[in-house]
Design a protein around this ligand. Structure first.
Ligand code: ADP
Length: 407
């Protein structure tokens, strides 16, 4: 089944057209800088040269039209008719407590996504804008919402409750939700498949290390704890996000720096993390190369990042009473042997031994085992594919809704 995956940010629309039966990427692309003088449009189609051009695109709705025109253009021969697309899957960051799985989008679902605007002000509003634009352009096709939070619905209360008055949870739903759920789910599923392990008896720790980063403990196939919390700001240090802080620091900064709350929010989300510590960059490649040339602050940023991985991975061994595998994924996890080695060195006590050669030779884009033959715990690099999860879920929900229409 052909499924279109849409991922809308505040000024961008990313898309993937995926054939779910054989899990192949037919075409993918992005419209960036929507609303700016010149938006950037990119399309990549299997077996063809990538296409990139500038065009004035004022809204998410115009971006969707641009994408559909490309897919439907007779010269490009990607699809003949809009009805070739059987499902549209939308990435939605925050599903609150309501959505435990992917759902067919109707007015009630859209209202619930809107109700979660306060919980994810940077993500849910553009996600909903994207849904509305896509529904307008593809009105006769089922649209499905796939939530970043859904995989973590299995967190037990002792993992999701914060130590604050309980009425704040009851009234305002302040609790840990967790994010990157589709990625943690996908790489854990790949591990069970590759190693032929029964998921119900297997514990894994998945490290999604990109610009945003989170680590999840998955026991018997279910997320039992994860580092991100009420929002994606918490947990380990990230590219520009601070990760966990002593909450008192916030009051202290506001007083000492005479900051408004919105400036504090922006500082913690956009100017902290690796960028804040290094004072140089949020991008791990830049930090590694500058640290190699002796920059102390860049080295400290790398040290903090790796220490956080070690700390959370170790604690999740305790949470699950042991672990079969640690999995690295996303930009840093898939591509940096240095970070993987530094994060998991000196952990033989827990049964983790990295094989340096395997680690250095792991090919980007393919699943590789990087632990030594004698390591009790498998350490693997598994490329993530969140779009594929969204496409497959969209196809499943769309087929179910199609069948129920005949009942
Ligand atoms: P996003 O969260 O934006 O999807 P990605 O998963 O693409 O992020 O990861 C981006 C991060 O991956 C950046 O910090 C980038 O420097 C890092 N990265 C990509 N390739 C390498 C590499 N070869 N070595 C170290 N870091 C890398």
């Amino acid at each position: 089944m052909l499924a279109l995956v849409i991922n809308c940010g505040s000024s961008s629309v990313k898309y993937n057209l995926i054939e779910t039966t054989d899990e192949t990427d037919v075409c993918r692309g992005i419209v960036e800088r929507i609303g700016a003088d010149k938006s950037i449009v990119k399309h990549e189609t299997a077996g063809r040269k990538p296409l990139k051009y500038n065009k004035v695109i004022a809204s998410h709705s115009e971006a969707l039209h641009e994408i559909m025109n490309y897919l439907l253009s007779p010269e490009n021969k990607i699809i003949d008719d809009i009805s070739d697309i059987k499902a549209v899957g939308h990435r939605v960051v925050h599903g609150g407590e309501m959505f435990k799985e992917s759902v067919l989008i109707d007015d009630v679902v859209k209202e619930a996504i809107e109700q979660a605007f306060d919980l994810a002000p940077l993500h849910n509003p553009p996600n909903l804008r994207g849904i509305e634009a896509a529904q307008e352009r593809l009105p006769d096709i089922p649209h499905v919402a796939v939530f970043d939070t859904a995989f973590h619905h299995s967190l037990p209360p002792h993992a999701y409750l914060y130590g604050i008055p309980n009425r704040l949870y009851r009234r305002h739903k302040i609790r840990k939700y967790g994010f990157h759920g589709t990625s943690h789910y996908y790489v854990s599923q790949q591990y069970y498949k590759l190693k032929e392990k029964p998921k119900s008896q297997t514990n894994v720790i998945t490290c999604h290390l990109g610009n945003g980063a989170s680590i999840t403990a998955i026991k018997g196939g279910e997320s039992v704890d994860t580092t991100m919390g009420f929002t994606p700001l918490s947990g380990m240090v990230m590219g520009t996000r601070s990760g966990d802080l002593d909450p008192s620091i916030l009051f202290y900064i506001v007083e000492k720096e005479e900051l408004q709350l919105n400036s504090l929010h922006s500082m913690l989300n956009r100017k902290s993390g690796l960028l804040g510590i290094s004072g140089y960059a949020s991008d791990m490649r830049d930090l590694i190369s500058k640290a190699k040339n002796g920059d102390r602050h860049c080295q400290q940023a790398i040290d903090v990042f790796c220490y956080h991985i070690k700390k959370y991975v170790s604690s999740y061994f305790g949470v699950m009473n042991g672990c079969d595998a640690v999995i690295f994924t996303a930009g840093i996890g898939e591509n940096s042997p240095l970070i993987r080695k530094k994060a998991l060195e000196n952990m033989e006590y827990l049964g983790i031994e990295i094989d340096e050669k395997k680690n250095n030779e792991a090919k980007p884009g393919t699943a590789s085992i990087i632990s030594s033959d004698s390591s009790k715990v498998d350490v693997m690099v598994i490329p993530t594919n969140e779009e594929l999860v969204i496409a497959i879920d969209a196809a499943k929900v769309a087929s179910a809704s199609d069948q129920s229409a005949w009942i």
